[in-house]
Design a binder for this molecule. Sequence first.
Ligand code: 5GP
Ligand code: MN
Length: 355
Amino acid sequence: MYNSVIFRNFARYLWCNMKELIEKAKHIVIFTHVAPDGDAMGSSLALWHWIKGLPVTGEGLRDVTVIVPNSFPAFLNWMPGAEQILIYEKQAAQCDPLIAKAELFICTDFNDPKRIGPMGEKMLANPCPKILIDHHLNPMDFADEVHSHPEASSSCEIVYKELRNEGVNELTTEIATCIYTGLMTDTGNFSYNSSAPEIYEIIANLIRAGVHKDEIYNAVFNQYSTDRMRLTGYALYRKMRIFPEYHLALITLSADELDQYHYQPGDCEGLVNMPLQIADVHYSVFMREERAKPGTPKSRIRISFRSQGDRPVNIWANEVFHGGGHANASGGELFGSLNYAVKLFEESYKKYIKK
Ligand code: 5GP
Ligand code: MN
């Protein structure tokens, strides 16, 4: 399926390019995935800045909007352009007409329309061209121009290369800052998926374009609230279970526990990586309960999987928790109790991980 998508779109790619599609469109919507992270924000905003700066040919103006399914974490508020992003969960009435009249969609950092929630169906209902820019395996066959590079560190790396392909030689500081942020966050500040020498060539160019890398690090990683820091401490001290034979850690946090620490979106970002700092832990799973929405009976459990080296977790995430992702970083979800999610975990981990 993956090969056929690439092949079909490779054929289209021969006579299509991103700039041509953009030049033809007067109304453009850029989408990125639910629970936007630094790469989602960086890739969508970098494109937004670039498109805004392109001259408009013919009559009228071009409008371009970034729409995300739900709120992004406060530690990404500072990103240039973040203030114009529309959040579908809160601003559906403003977003729906934009989606309906769009003449081009650009999808960044996701491989399946389901990853933009209810907007997925609405996007598919509009037959206008769709461009996909992404680094997740096995993209669904929904876009007309596909820039799918699972070997890339981040979608931001792909955006950088695509801009180069489009003849952009000088990046604005805004675009460079957005791209750097995604490179930095999707590689854990260059501690995984970041061994390709060209990443550092890209970084050198981003710094030449005016990126203040230490300030970006500080703005993203050193912004804990006191509550968030205490929640992290509580999770590690009280809630982490270790399965030594399987080099596995599990952390769970219920909605009640999160309430005690006044949980805000993004407060658990990175928590799943922490048990991997233990010498003998190579797999880590984190489960977070979201209370049932009014009118729905079941709470939602978000599950994150991380691993090191040749220990894929995406099949486990997919087959047991309806998700997927990268070999070493995957996610999934289920609707039910946290106890039920833990039971599924306990029944399945021996099958999916190496002892
Ligand atoms: P996180 O644990 O940060 O939520 O997600 C890690 C990675 O797993 C994401 O970058 C994304 O690629 C993938 N992922 C997370 N949740 C889902 C999901 O529900 N479905 C799929 N297909 N991938 C997911
Ligand atoms: Mn990404």
